[in-house]
Write a protein that binds this ligand. Structure first.
Ligand SMILES: C[S@@+](CC[C@H](N)C(=O)[O-])C[C@H]1O[C@@H](n2cnc3c(N)ncnc32)[C@H](O)[C@@H]1O
Length: 241
């Protein structure tokens, strides 16, 4: 995801950025100018989050309290690690609140995820690969997660329908992962790009979760097709390994 490396490379100094703007392609210039104006980008720098997406999860968790101290969380598509930072704080996996239960955070990504206190990262791992599922089973306490988070996204091709379909297939694979690791009553929060197959994903989620709702946090850009399904009360299907 070039946007995250660019964010880290360029956003340390707005001044330097403006000087560099002329050497960028028009698309890069538009992206950089949007980043400079974005209050969530500024806030993520001030609060030491690895990227602005942290605020989407903070907003969702403030409203629905899906992350509780002591919970085990699997963060799919975790790089560069902002959602994991939020999860570590909320489930107390770094033990910063000694009086509260300690949770577990495991992040998975195809890319490298820089280390984070309180999180165990599986870099260079594909969430859709059964070998990754097997590793998660080994790493999770009792082989069970309370929550699966997914902010996964394929590299966008620019063809909206094709990208939508790819991401729906990735989200559907999370239902297989849930069968293996999600405990009964557990939750799944997954990003998708809205499109013609959205209802298929919603139907599949509704077949195994008692409650499925669509979320569009304020931190999610208004002009983007990005949405989240928040599925709660997992009903085990009995197919898990
Ligand atoms: C939008 S970024 C996630 C940002 C992250 N939530 C954060 O807050 O730092 C999407 C990530 O999904 C990852 N990804 C895409 N397909 C994947 C797959 N099959 N397995 C694991 N990660 C994947 C990408 O490498 C990318 O890092």
């Amino acid at each position: 995801m070039w946007c995250f490396s660019l964010q880290r490379r360029y956003l340390h100094s707005s001044l330097c950025l403006m000087k560099n703007l002329k050497s960028k392609t028009p698309a890069e210039q538009r992206w950089l100018q949007r980043q400079l104006k974005d209050p969530y980008v500024k806030a993520s720098q001030q609060q030491n989050y690895r990227c602005r997406s942290a605020f989407k999860l903070l907003e969702i968790d403030d409203k629905f309290r899906l992350l509780q101290p002591g919970y085990s969380v699997v963060d799919c598509g975790a790089a560069p690690g902002a959602w994991s930072q939020v999860a570590v704080q909320r489930v107390n996996s770094a033990g910063t609140a000694p009086e509260s239960p300690h949770g577990t955070v495991i992040g998975v990504d195809l890319l490298n995820i820089p280390p984070l206190d309180g999180a165990h990262f599986l870099s260079s791992h594909d969430v859709t690969d059964p070998a990754t599922h097997a590793k998660l089973l080994e790493l999770l306490p009792d082989g069970r997660a309370h929550v699966i988070l997914s902010d996964m996204a394929p590299n966008a091709s620019g063809f909206r329908e094709m990208d939508h379909e790819k991401l729906i297939v990735m989200c559907l694979s999370l239902i297989d992962l849930a069968e293996k690791i999600l405990q009964p009553g557990g939750s799944l929060l997954c990003k998708y790009w809205d499109g013609t197959l959205t209802h298929k994903l919603q139907e599949r989620l509704s077949s195994v979760f008692s409650s499925v709702r669509t979320l569009k946090p304020n931190a999610s850009r208004k002009d983007s097709a990005e949405r989240y399904f928040f599925a709660r009360m997992y009903r085990k299907t009995g197919k898990q390994s």
